[in-house]
Design a protein around this ligand. Structure first.
Ligand code: HGY
Ligand code: MN
Ligand code: MN
Ligand code: MN
Length: 403
């Protein structure tokens, strides 16, 4: 059986980001396309039948392509400066689990067993086009196809153009009921992105739920001007308002237990050192177990943003970019996973995943693998070799039990 560590070792230089550290593998970038090619080659080497669907999701079939199959997979795109495991661990473990099943003489798609498919979803992080889990939202119809087509990256390329540039038909992007029917159950193995498994002292956990989360964009407009000729009393500086919005997001969330608010992305326009910005775009990520609290936190931050903007002689607009409710996983499947992995605790996830989108349409479940640093979306994300390699056997146990 290929070891997960050797599979990951083969891609450990793809998309390295020398300036940020870690990896930057936005969807349809050279790095992510290289990872797609790697996955397809590894899948074909295992005799899996590979195809890429209308939304750019790669399917590798062990057994005939058919409805109600058992499907496992994750993603290969990353956040900017991300870790080596967020996404690729689940994909590599799935490939190694295919080896393990074959070594055990388990033949999906034969003797009454369901077929097995390994999938790779595009744009899980939403790092290029702004909406997380774009591939699974398209597959399920959770996002309007036109809205998806017209999403733009920082260079102004639309998702439709990038899809077409990679061999897909822009017109065919969108809900794919036939593809969705292929999935009887979906299992995603993923590196844990917090400290839960360290505190639980366990190498693996079964996911209980995914924290509701959303993304909002604030656009603050002021008066662009010269840094040297404009007195402080004559300014309408959107960066000053933005600073207050970031602080208020921190304060509002800190005052609400379980809430998380993050501004990790901010874009002054035009962005010159000696230029008072005319406009600032900033993106807010808010999460909370109770969707009503998430909405209330955003509303409070928005109210304070309007005051901050007015105080600076600026205006502010807010647009909701994406919203995912708190999602529980299929109880029956979760119970099955716990039966198959009796020592695995149940752990809720503060991170979103494609399995969380699919969970609203079909029985989905997740396995988390211990991360000794408890840090993610960072070069410091880690998985011990022994935990990475045992992930394949754990996943094979689960897949064999479910097939
Ligand atoms: O942002 C998230 O929760 C996930 O890592 N895409
Ligand atoms: Mn992920
Ligand atoms: Mn992630
Ligand atoms: Mn000048």
């Amino acid at each position: 059986m290929s070891k997960v560590t050797s599979l990951l070792g083969a891609i450990s230089e793809v998309g390295r980001d020398a300036s940020r550290g870690g990896y930057s593998r936005p969807v349809y970038s050279t790095a992510e396309l290289d990872l797609r090619s790697w996955f397809i080659a590894e899948a074909e080497r295992r005799g899996l039948a590979v195809n890429t669907d209308r939304n750019g999701i790669i399917w590798a079939w062990y057994g005939p392509e058919q409805d109600d199959s058992l499907v496992t997979g994750s993603h290969l795109d990353s956040v900017p400066g991300g870790g080596a495991f967020d996404g690729p661990l689940g994909v590599a473990a799935a490939l190694a689990a295919v080896d393990e099943l074959r070594a055990r003489g388990v033949e999906p798609g034969r003797n009454g067993k369901r077929s097995l498919a390994v999938t790779v979803f595009p744009e899980e992080e939403g790092s290029r086009f702004g909406i997380a889990c774009l591939g699974s939202r398209l597959l399920t119809g959770a996002i309007d196809a036109d809205k998806a087509r017209n999403l733009k990256d920082a260079e102004g390329n639309s998702f439709a153009e990038l899809s077409a540039r990679n061999g897909l038909s822009a017109e065919r992007l969108g809900a794919d009921p036939e593809g969705l029917a292929r999935i009887g159950q979906f299992i995603e193995l993923h590196v844990e992105q917090g400290r839960g498994l360290i505190e639980l002292d366990s190498p693996v956990a079964v996911a209980g739920s995914i924290l509701g989360h959303g993304r909002w964009k604030f656009t603050i407009s002021g008066q662009g001007n010269h840094a040297g000729t404009t007195l402080m009393t004559d300014r309408a500086d959107p960066m000053v308002a933005a600073a207050q919005i970031i602080l208020s997001a921190q304060k509002v969330a800190a005052a609400q237990s379980e809430a998380r608010a993050t501004v990790g992305r901010l874009q002054p326009i035009p962005g010159g050192t000696n230029v008072i910005a005319s406009r600032v775009e900033l993106w807010l990520d808010v999460r909370h177990p109770d969707d009503a609290v998430t909405a209330a936190v955003v509303q409070k931050i928005h109210g304070q943003a309007q005051i901050a903007a007015a105080n600076e002689g600026c205006t502010v607009t807010l647009t909701e970019e994406s919203l995912s409710p708190t999602t529980g996983f299929d109880q029956g499947l979760a119970a099955e996973l716990q039966r198959l992995l009796p020592a695995a605790p149940v752990l809720d996830s503060g991170a979103g995943h494609d399995a969380g989108i699919l969970a609203s349409y079909l029985p989905a479940g997740m396995l988390f693998i211990r991360n000794p640093t408890g840090i993610s979306h960072s070069p410091e994300e880690a998985v011990e070799d022994r935990d990475a390699d045992s992930a394949a056997a754990l996943l094979a146990d689960v897949l064999q039990g479910l097939l």
